[in-house]
Write a protein that binds this ligand. Structure first.
Ligand SMILES: [Zn+2]
Length: 511
C-alpha cells in the first residue's frame, strides 16, 4: 500500500476564486513561495484561459517554483489545454488538470451534451493534454451526483487516454463521509487500470464535512488530497490543508500515511494568506485560529502546565506557533526581531525585515508593551503595503464635537507626491474623500469598514479592514497602526492599490 499522501494545494485557484480572495500576480508569487517552502507536492496556480491576468500569474508562478509540481486548470477544450500548457511551461514539473462534468444534471443543463459526447470529450482532452506533459490529471466535475456506472466508464476513458491522476470532486459539498469513501472503493474495484493511477479527493465544505470527506476518501484508497490554506474556496470553502495534514499526523495510528508538509510552517502560511487576502480566520478555527491552542479555563490551564498532553493532542510548536510570551521591547535589536519573525513563521527578505524593524522601533517608542500580535499586525501591514502604487506619506486630521472634520493628506502615487484636503462627515469620511480627490474612482463603493483592536489596552494598535467593490471586482485592504485613523488610511490605500492593479492601472493620474 502506498503510504504517501500527495498534497495538492489549490489555494491559488479554487481558493482564489472565492469572493474577496482574489490575488494579483505579485501576491500569487509570494503565496506560491510560501507553499513551496511548506512542502506541498502540487500547486494549482490558476485557470490560465480564464483571463490574461490568470495566464500571466500561472506563468510567473511556474518560473519561481522549483520543487513542487505546477498545475494549470483547463476545461475539456483545446484552447484551455493549450493555454494551460503554455502557462506552466517554465516549471521543471508540470501538470495539466482537465475536467468535465459527468452528472446528469450538469451534462444536460450546463454542457448540453449527451453522455457519449462527454466520453469522447474526455478521451480527446486527456489525449491532447498528454501531448504537452506526461503528468495529466482528470476530474469528473460533480462526481458525487454522477451515476456510478457512468462514472466508471468516464474514469476508464480518462485512464485509457493517459491520465495518471483521477480526481473525484464533491463539487457542491453534498457528500457524507461513508458515501464519499465508498465511491473510491467502487472505482478501485470496478475500473480496469484503476490500480495504476492515483485517486484524488476534492471536497467542498458546504455541510462542514470537507475534511471528514477527504479523510474518508483516503481511508478508501485515495492518495491525493486537494485542499487550501485556511480552507478558503468557493462558497463555504475547500478542505483545509492544515486540518487534513494535522489529522493525518496526530492520528497516525488510524491514518498510517505521510505527507511532505513541514507542519512547523503551517502557522506562517496561514498568516501570509490572511495578510494577502484580508480574510482573517475565525478565532475557534481548528489548527490556525487564535484560540486553537489557548487554554482559558483554570482546570485546563493547570493540567497543561503540569503535563501538556492532559488537554493538548498536538503541540503549538508542531504547527509553528511559538509558545513563549516574551515580548520585544524598544531595546531589542534587529537580530532578535528577525529571530522573532522567524519564530512567528515569516520569511522576509532583508529589505522587508529592515522596513518592518523600523516600524517596530517606532511602535516600541509609543507603546509600553509590544506583544506578538502587535508584531504580526505590523508585519502584515508592511507586507501588504510594500511595492504598492499608493503610499501614505503624511496625514493630519481634525476631529471632535465641532464639525466638519477635516483631513489634510499627502501621499505618493507611483513615487510622485500629491496632496489634498477634504472635509467629511466624521474623520474617516474626510480621509477617504481626500484620497478620492487624489485618485478618482467614482465607480467604487465602500462595502466594508471594520476596526479591530490588535491587543487589549487603549494604546493598542488598530487593525482596519476595507473592502471596495467596482463593476463586479472586489478588493480587500488592511492597515495597522496605533492611530486608528492612520490605519484606516493605510487600509483604504491598500484596497485602492489592488483595485488599480485589477483595472490595469488605467486613469491612475486622472483626478
Ligand atoms: Zn472546487
Amino acid at each position: 500500500m502506498q503510504k504517501r499522501i500527495i498534497i495538492f494545494d489549490t489555494t491559488l485557484r479554487d481558493g482564489e476564486q472565492s469572493p474577496g480572495c482574489s490575488m494579483n500576480l505579485e501576491e500569487k508569487c509570494r503565496m506560491a513561495a510560501v507553499l513551496e517552502a511548506l512542502g506541498v507536492d502540487v500547486i494549482e496556480a490558476g485557470f490560465p484561459v480564464a483571463s490574461h491576468g490568470d495566464f500571466e500569474a500561472v506563468h510567473a508562478v511556474a518560473q519561481i517554483v522549483k520543487n513542487a509540481t505546477v498545475c494549470g486548470l483547463a476545461r475539456a477544450k483545446p484552447a484551455d489545454i493549450e493555454a494551460a500548457a503554455k502557462a506552466i511551461a517554465p516549471a521543471p514539473r508540470r501538470r495539466i488538470h482537465t475536467f468535465i462534468a459527468t452528472s446528469p444534471l450538469h451534462m444536460k443543463h450546463k454542457l448540453h451534451m449527451e453522455p457519449w459526447q462527454v466520453l469522447e470529450a474526455i478521451t480527446a482532452s486527456v489525449t491532447l493534454a498528454r501531448s504537452f506533459t506526461d503528468d495529466v490529471e482528470w476530474s469528473a466535475e460533480d462526481a458525487v451526483r454522477t451515476e456510478p456506472d457512468f462514472l466508471c466508464r468516464a474514469v476508464e476513458a480518462a485512464i485509457r487516454a493517459g491520465a495518471q491522476t483521477i480526481n473525484i470532486p464533491d463539487t457542491v459539498g453534498y457528500a457524507l463521509p461513508t458515501e464519499y469513501g465508498s465511491i473510491f472503493a467502487m472505482l478501485l474495484a470496478r475500473v480496469p487500470g484503476a490500480d495504476s493511477v492515483t485517486f484524488s479527493t476534492h471536497c467542498h465544505n458546504d455541510l462542514g464535512l470537507a475534511v471528514a470527506n477527504s479523510l474518508a476518501g483516503v481511508a478508501n484508497g485515495a492518495r491525493q488530497v486537494e485542499c487550501t490554506i485556511n480552507g478558503i474556496g468557493e462558497r463555504a470553502g475547500n478542505a483545509a490543508l492544515e486540518e487534513v495534514v494535522m489529522a493525518i499526523r496526530t492520528r497516525n495510528d488510524l491514518l498510517p500515511f505521510a505527507t511532505g508538509v513541514d507542519t512547523t510552517r503551517i502557522t506562517g502560511a496561514s498568516r501570509t494568506l490572511s495578510a494577502i487576502t484580508g480574510f482573517s480566520v475565525q478565532p475557534n478555527k481548528a489548527i490556525v485560529g487564535a484560540n486553537a491552542f489557548a487554554h482559558e479555563s483554570g482546570i485546563h490551564q493547570d493540567g497543561v502546565l503540569k503535563h501538556a498532553q492532559t488537554y493538548e493532542i498536538m503541540t503549538p510548536e508542531s504547527v509553528g506557533l511559538a509558545r513563549s510570551d516574551i515580548v520585544l521591547g524598544k531595546h531589542s535589536g534587529r537580530h532578535a526581531f528577525r529571530a522573532r519573525l522567524g519564530a512567528l513563521g515569516y520569511t522576509l527578505d532583508e529589505v522587508a525585515v529592515g522596513a518592518a524593524f523600523a516600524r517596530f522601533k517606532a511602535l516600541a517608542d509609543r507603546k509600553k508593551e509590544v506583544f506578538e500580535e502587535d508584531i504580526i499586525a505590523l508585519v502584515d501591514d508592511e507586507i501588504a503595503a510594500s511595492g504598492e502604487a499608493l503610499q501614505l506619506a503624511e496625514m493630519e486630521v481634525r476631529a471632535g464635537t465641532e464639525g466638519p472634520q477635516v483631513c489634510t493628506l499627502s501621499m505618493r502615487v507611483e513615487g510622485q507626491r500629491r496632496e489634498a484636503r477634504a472635509e467629511g462627515n466624521g474623520p474617516v469620511d474626510a480621509i477617504f474623500k481626500a484620497i478620492r480627490q487624489i485618485v478618482a474612482h467614482p465607480g467604487a463603493r465602500l462595502t466594508l469598514y471594520q476596526v479591530h483592536a490588535v491587543t487589549g489596552g487603549t494604546d493598542a494598535q488598530a487593525e482596519v479592514t476595507v473592502k471596495l467593490a467596482e463593476e463586479g471586482r472586489t478588493v480587500v485592504g488592511q492597515g495597522a497602526d496605533p492611530d486608528t485613523l492612520v490605519a484606516s488610511a493605510r487600509a483604504y490605500l491598500h484596497a485602492l492599490s489592488k483595485l488599480l492593479v485589477k483595472r490595469g492601472r488605467a486613469n491612475l493620474n486622472e483626478a
